[in-house]
Design a protein around this ligand. Structure first.
Ligand code: UTP
Length: 476
């Protein structure tokens, strides 16, 4: 079908659903731009659009709170904790065997737009190192390489990009020779159109381009299949995916204890498992692991009433303690199973955003200073209830969590650098190295620990004492 015929067929369909403004400039477009527009329009599910817009865009869906919400059980980081002792060495050995046997791959979701950080480029390229300024991607690459050295097999690394940052991400890795790794695979996730918040009409970025946004990290579950990444994993003998976000330089990229619990804990179906963090304070903006109407799931912090989030146990601990740092293990078989169901779809979540666009009548560029658009995204944690049985394991917050989300304030490059230093200082101290500290016990120098040197405290055994004079910046 020629482009002109395709557009003639689309025109009445778009008019019937109030979206014919998308063709307002079609008659003035050169052939290449017209092709581009036509391809984008053909990718839309026009039959599904009106209901989607009704449900999520022009009305704000009320959060549906399950009737019975209980805190989720979890494996405490301290395996000797009274309320749930467990055999950590056993599960660590199971996880290490999986790593040695090459049954584990790393998976980074890096398709987000990183608007809060406001960095010009893919977020993974952000200079996160406290001393060297090395990129987030380099941190992960070094940690994956170190895992390979420790267990004799380097996990292959899959990176989900979006069509908006794919080329820049691939170019960054090329420029750095994949940071010395042999198996790094990239694939883009899908996109969703961005909608005008008032009218539900799809916004246009320019006369021949719809405004779109990546379809959320939940889009990864389909993208893994469609891209062929799952087939590639199977060909390599990979059975489990260690899933982490692009924003945390000290994440454990393939934690053997977590892998072991996922694969072998009696209450796990080895399909999808999650790490949790003890919330630092009730208002902390982390999704919460709950058992809701009998099912383990994550409830968004904005959906669970604040008085529930402030509930405390008799010993003073928060009753709803388990926040989500978005670290999971997913089995290849589970992702395959989900995709083999033609009805498989995760729900959408609505977010109001500022999206630059053009005025559909005049073509004038608009740069909104308040949210003008609705973005629809899917979240990976919504797959958790689809697993037969799912477990939660408490991460060591101080050792594993230094996220970079915002340009300033909490979860910013500055807080991440402080956490990196504090962790390096603790690990060095545990091996007898003296750390200069001020009256508040804060380390008086800046330390960046390369994952190539250590991905856990024990890896520092035998390290020579670094020169940690107050005020120094030291990279180890
Ligand atoms: P965030 O929720 O931090 O979103 O993503 P974001 O788009 O990166 O940043 P903001 O909200 O615009 O500031 C959490 C993780 O999920 C990935 C991100 O790259 C990050 O690793 N993600 C998010 C995707 O891979 N695709 C998406 O569509 C959204």
């Amino acid at each position: 079908m020629t482009t002109a015929t395709a557009l003639d067929t689309l025109r009445p369909k778009l008019a019937a659903i109030g979206q014919d403004h998308l063709l307002a400039f079609a008659d003035t477009l050169p052939p290449a731009d017209l092709d581009h527009l036509s391809t984008q329009l053909s990718g839309l599910d026009l039959d599904a659009l009106p209901a989607l817009i009704d449900q999520y865009v022009t009305t704000k869906p009320e959060p549906h709170l399950p009737k019975d919400i209980q805190p989720a059980p979890y494996y405490p980081n301290d395996p000797t904790a009274d309320f749930r002792p467990w055999d950590q060495p056993h599960f660590r050995a199971v996880g290490e065997d999986l790593l040695r046997a090459g049954k584990v791959a790393c998976f980074t979701v890096a398709g987000g737009q990183g608007t809060r950080l406001g960095y010009d480029g893919p977020k993974g390229c952000y200079p996160a190192g406290a001393v060297t300024g090395k990129s987030l991607f380099q941190f992960f690459a070094e940690a994956i390489g170190k895992t390979g050295h420790k267990y004799g097999t380097t996990p292959p690394w899959y990176i989900m990009t979006s069509p908006l940052n794919h080329d820049a991400t691939v170019a960054f890795f090329k420029e750095h020779d994949n940071f010395g790794l042999d198996a790094v695979m990239f694939f883009p996730q899908g996109v969703m159109p961005s909608f005008d918040m008032q009218t539900g009409r799809i916004l246009m970025a320019d006369p021949h381009t719809l405004a779109t946004n990546p379809d959320g990290h939940g889009g990864s579950l389909k993208a893994l299949k469609v891209s062929g990444a799952l087939d590639d994993m199977r060909a390599r003998g990979v059975e489990h995916l260690s899933y982490f976000q692009v924003d945390n330089p000290i994440v454990k990229v393939a934690d053997p204890v977590f892998l072991g619990l996922h694969a072998a804990a009696p209450d796990s179906s080895a399909e999808m498992s999650s790490k949790m963090l003890a919330k630092a304070y009730p208002e902390e903006k982390l999704g919460m692991f709950c058992v809701a109407d009998g099912t383990l799931q994550i409830i968004e912090y904005s959906d669970l009433p604040m008085d529930r989030q402030r509930e405390r146990l008799p010993d003073g601990r928060l009753r709803f303690l388990a926040g989500s740092p978005a670290i999971h293990i997913l089995s290849v078989a589970f992702i395959d199973k989900l995709n083999s169901d033609p009805r498989f779809a995760l729900p959408y979540h609505r977010a109001e955003k500022k999206v630059p666009c053009i005025d559909a009548a005049t073509g004038k560029a608009l740069t909104p200073d308040a949210p003008n658009a609705v973005k629809l995204e899917r979240f990976v944690f919504d797959a958790m209830p689809m697993a037969a049985r799912s477990i939660v394991y408490e991460a060591n917050r101080d050792d594993e969590f230094a996220p970079i989300k915002n340009a300033e304030g909490s979860d910013s490059p500055a807080t991440s650098r402080d956490i990196q230093t504090a962790r390096a200082a603790r690990w060095l101290e545990s091996h007898g190295h003296a750390i200069p500290r001020d009256a508040d016990a804060k380390c008086r120098c800046t330390i960046e620990l390369s994952p190539a040197t250590a991905i856990e405290a024990g890896d520092l055994a035998g390290t020579a004492s670094p020169d940690l004079a107050p005020g120094k910046e030291v990279a180890i």
